[in-house]
Design a protein around this ligand. Sequence first.
Ligand code: HEC
Length: 118
Amino acid sequence: MIRFIFFLFPILLYGGSDLYSEGKKLYFAKGCNGCHGVSAGGSSQYPPLAYRRKPFLAHKLKEYRAKRGATQQAQMMIPFAMGLSDREIDALTTFLSDYRENKSTYRPDFSIKGDGGS
Ligand code: HEC
């Protein structure tokens, strides 16, 4: 029994849900909520991030981090993506794609002017 608990402990500590809460902390600590909203639902000027595909989100963040942004809108993202490590991108995109916070304030808004760079 004791052995079983020791076996479970690291899984609980380093399991997927931990990456999720790390991403959640980062989302607010890095100020992402300032533009993309407290429930990552975006607004008329900022794309929604919650529930979107992790590989897409990670790809975009890595593009911004590499300072590749074709549009003026994308230029806005570059300073926020520049300091992110791969691990932080992994955590942020896990949080966003698995999003399971209170959904009541989520306002999906895909009526963005232009294509939102996507
Ligand atoms: C100053 C406002 C601002 C802040 C703060 C900000 N973003 Fe953005 N973000 C934008 C804008 C504007 C775009 C659309 C850029 C484009 O058209 O390519 C965007 C696009 C994105 C995209 C691509 C979505 C898509 O549909 O193309 C991701 C992913 C993203 N942001 C994640 C983040 C994360 C994670 C943070 C925090 C580290 C963050 N953003 C902070 C303004 C912001």
